[in-house]
Design a protein around this ligand. Structure first.
Ligand code: DGL
Length: 276
């Protein structure tokens, strides 16, 4: 069976996991949260690159995936070229969905909601210059919103007043009709974000990269599946666990009961530790 590893700094990768398993029923997924080094969105680029390369090596050693999904905009916008150079398997990155947003927006007035690092990346500026130069783009980088998504999975209700405060620059932008959720944590707060915007009179479509990533993985998996079958004819491949979907945390000891319960409720059969 084809194995896909989905890697993020925290629980954001679960939004990508959900999209991938919804479109690809027949694969085994390993979700990896680098919660030991969370958050990524405030780290200097060189430090982040070192960490992402180390964690990716550990994932490949422990699980031998056929495809690696770097389910993190903050990491993808800076680490993808080096990661692809280093690994021999296909690596799928998640980057801000500026292009689709610019094309669906009627008013050509869009918002970008990401981590502080992603909104300042040269890569993000290039995406805007290449695909949204005809649009007004309002950018908000928020670490608090990433923490809010983590807290929600740990059983804490989102603070709607704080959320409104974070979203205020979009509310203050007349004519904004499309908002890019450019951090994989944010689809986990989609309902709350939509509620605050609509209560504030903003009628905006929320766009993220999840379904595009799932389609890309589906295409790669069918290719990788063929190759895996060939390898398995010659050698019995070993796997560290017999479980179905696995969730691995770099700091498993710090997980509270709610996170473990919520993760298991999402369809994982095992929660493991990944040592980096
Ligand atoms: N989920 C990550 C992203 O897509 C970032 C979270 C963090 O700051 O660690 O950018």
């Amino acid at each position: 069976m084809t194995k896909v590893a989905i890697y993020d700094s925290g629980v954001g990768g679960l939004s990508i996991f959900q999209e991938i398993v919804a479109t690809n029923q027949s694969l085994r997924s390993i979700f990896v949260s680098d919660n030991q080094a969370y958050p990524y969105g405030t780290k200097p680029e060189a430090e982040l690159l070192r960490r992402v390369l180390n964690v990716s090596d550990a994932i490949c050693d422990q699980y031998q995936p056929d495809v690696l999904v770097l389910a993190c905009n903050t990491a993808s916008t800076v680490c993808l070229p080096k990661l692809r150079q280093r690994l021999s398997l296909p690596v799928v990155g998640v980057v801000p969905a500026i292009k689709p947003a610019a094309s669906v927006s009627q008013t050509k007035n869009i918002g970008l909601l990401a981590t502080p690092a992603t909104v300042h990346r040269a890569y993000t500026d290039e995406l805007i210059a290449d695909f949204a130069s005809h649009c007004t783009v309002t950018k908000v980088g928020s670490k608090e919103l990433v923490d809010m998504a983590e807290a929600k999975l740990a059983g804490q209700a989102p603070d709607m007043a704080l959320l409104k405060n974070i979203l205020q620059p979009f509310i203050d932008q007349p004519g904004l009709d499309t908002l890019v959720l450019a951090c994989t944590h944010f689809p986990l707060l989609k309902q709350e974000i939509a509620a605050v915007l609509s209560q504030s009179g903003v009628n905006a479509t929320l766009i993220d990269s999840g379904s595009a990533i799932a389609s890309r993985v589906l295409a790669l998996v069918s290719e990788a599946g063929k190759q895996t079958q060939l390898v398995q004819q010659n050698q019995q491949t070993e796997y560290t666990s017999n479980a179905g979907h696995i969730a691995a945390f770099t700091d498993k000891a710090s997980l509270n009961d709610d996170i473990q319960k919520n993760v298991l409720n999402m369809g994982f059969t095992n929660i493991e530790a990944l040592s980096v």
